[in-house]
Ligand binder design. Structure first.
Ligand SMILES: [Zn+2]
Length: 76
């Protein structure tokens, strides 16, 4: 198993990615791939601009994993 495969396992969504990420990011102590990281930032931005949880037509573009991380973040 390559170093990249080992590292990718730290992001909970990465089993589904091809190709695997070669660099990981960290959001509030959670290790995620760059794709998830970008989606977290975008989902959080939308949530903040709306002032409430985005509706389903927006949420469907974001994984359960991304939504959960932002919800946990907003609950702090
Ligand atoms: Zn990932």
């Amino acid at each position: 198993m390559s170093t990249y495969q080992e590292k990718a396992k730290e992001c909970k969504c990465c089993g589904k990615h091809v190709p695997l990420p070669t660099v990981l990011r960290e959001y509030e102590g959670i290790t995620v791939c760059p794709t998830t990281f970008s989606n977290i930032i975008e989902y959080k931005r939308i949530w903040t601009s709306l002032g409430s949880r985005p509706n389903g037509s927006i949420r469907k573009h974001f994984s359960e994993f991304v939504q959960q991380i932002v919800e946990d973040s907003n609950a702090k």
